[in-house]
Design a protein around this ligand. Structure first.
Ligand SMILES: Cc1cc2nc3c(=O)[nH]c(=O)nc-3n(C[C@H](O)[C@H](O)[C@H](O)COP(=O)(O)OP(=O)(O)OC[C@H]3O[C@@H](n4cnc5c(N)ncnc54)[C@H](O)[C@@H]3O)c2cc1C
Length: 431
């Protein structure tokens, strides 16, 4: 006798839930996605500002985002069209720092990029090459999980390369300050980005709003494959035997952020321990300050380092398919920026941009500040992560925090969603 076809409820229409639903639909399994908001995309979604389709936060993808690129293609979103691919290039004009990886096979591209970097003395470059070599030799496994700052101390990373390369990379990837960030997770990211193929280190800059990059295509794919998406549909409780609002499902994938997952898991004795674990998580904010300049303003590269004190990166949205002159400044993790009001923050970023570009700038025609208070979990040394499988019959977890190898990113969200889908498919196959 063959096992009955599963019917899966996916709770959450962020990138994890949508990736899970796409994967299941592609295998012919009916899904129903419940999304609490009116809109899909979760923490990576479109917002409309001054008549422009922008994002709740500037996002950057990387060539190493293998699963994200695969699921985008599967759902009909073309990465070549929607993402601008550039070899890794990090520049802080204010400090005269510039690093670009040449189009050489890995790992020679990294060594050549570090050795030819401008704005740092030869001793720092050699120390950086030795650091990367040491990570490679240990297969990116650290004996103990320490902070990124301690790892950099241990490998004598000092001066400009520390301040302008490693620390900003840590903040960008883990959204956690180096003195608190997990060195092991940082090493995992370096492994996949710098230790993979040449293409793995490419920057992939969205040239459409985030909903067009994946969630819109995912929604069409799910609908075309017999799935259903319910928006403005918050799930308040997962019943046992497995049901949501009295509607039965064979499986449920909780693909929300950690806090909402804890709320759903706490009610069941079988999953109270996971809820208690998630309750210990701390979170980090991200701010995005949009500044609208005349369309004559164009950066030398669509993404430049601002080297603070408040802003870390500025993205030229005009070069990324949006209105010319629109700049998005990124403020990662907890910091002094979050205590300022919007107007003073925008004025401060305007000043920092002038310093970064070393030129006078007209006042922006308008500004907008978006603060995501719980943008990511704080990625600390030794942070425990739950498994995808739970002790509650038929209930699985997905979400950026579940993929234990990575910090909170689009790729970890997508990988966790695909993983949950595959496990459900395997379980169904095994009957
Ligand atoms: C400003 C900002 C900048 C970022 N920059 C980058 C970047 O450059 N690169 C990168 O890779 N990552 C970046 N990230 C991280 C990335 O966006 C997240 O890791 C990823 O989007 C998380 O996806 P998720 O599906 O796991 O969770 P979420 O996006 O949080 O999705 C969960 C969904 O579940 C819904 N939900 C919650 N509770 C319920 C319920 N009870 N019933 C139904 N639905 C519910 C929510 O509304 C939400 O839509 C950034 C994040 C932010 C906020």
């Amino acid at each position: 006798m063959s096992a009955p076809t599963p019917r899966v409820a996916v709770v959450g229409g962020g990138w994890a839930g949508l990736a899970c639903a796409v994967e299941l639909c592609a295998a012919g399994v009916p899904v129903c996605v419940f999304e609490a908001a009116k809109q899909l995309g979760g923490r990576a979604r479109r917002v409309d500002i001054e008549g422009h389709a922008l994002d709740n936060g500037q996002h950057l993808l990387l060539g190493a985002y293998r699963e994200t690129l695969r699921v985008m293609r599967l759902s009909g979103a073309d990465p070549e069209r929607l993402l601008r691919r550039c070899p890794l290039e990090l520049a802080c004009p204010r400090d005269g720092f510039h690093l670009r990886l040449p189009r050489l096979p890995a790992p020679f591209n990294l060594a050549a990029g570090l050795l030819t970097a401008k704005g740092c003395p030869p001793g720092e470059k050699l120390a950086a090459v030795r650091f990367v070599r040491a990570l490679q030799t240990s297969a990116y496994r650290l004996a103990d999980d320490i902070s990124v700052a301690a790892l950099l101390d241990r490998h004598r990373q000092t001066g400009n390369l520390r301040r302008l390369l490693w620390e900003p990379l840590c903040l960008a990837a883990l959204n956690t300050p180096p003195q608190h960030a997990s060195a092991q997770i940082f090493a995992n990211v370096l492994r996949d980005v710098l230790g993979g193929t040449r293409e793995s280190s490419d920057l992939l800059l969205p040239r459409a709003d985030l909903n067009r990059v994946f969630p819109d295509a995912a929604a069409s794919f799910i609908a075309a494959h017999g799935g259903e998406i319910r928006r403005s549909a918050r799930v308040g409780r997962i019943e046992q035997p497995l049901a949501i609002d009295g509607e039965s499902f064979s499986h449920a994938v909780i693909a929300t952020a950690p806090r909402q997952a804890a709320g759903l898991l706490r009610e069941h004795t079988e999953t109270r321990d996971i809820a208690a674990l998630l309750d210990t998580y701390r979170f980090e904010p991200i701010g995005t300050v949009y500044l609208a300049y005349p369309d004559t303003l164009r950066l030398s590269f669509p993404m430049l380092g601002m080297s603070g004190p408040l802003g870390q990166w500025v993205f030229d949205r005009g070069q990324l398919g949006n209105v010319g002159g629109l700049m998005a400044c990124v403020l990662s993790a907890q910091g002094a920026w979050d205590e300022r009001d919007d107007a003073s923050l925008a004025a401060a970023l305007h000043g920092e941009l002038r310093t970064t570009l070393a030129r006078a700038l007209p006042d922006p025609a308008w500004h907008r500040v978006i603060r995501e208070r719980r943008a990511t979990f704080s990625c600390r040394p030794g942070l425990l992560r739950p498994a995808a499988e739970t002790a509650l019959r038929g209930v699985w977890l997905a979400g950026d925090y579940v993929f234990a190898d990575y910090p909170a990113t689009l790729e970890s969200a997508v990988r966790s969603g695909c993983h949950a889908a595959r496990r459900i498919l395997r379980e169904a196959d095994d009957g």
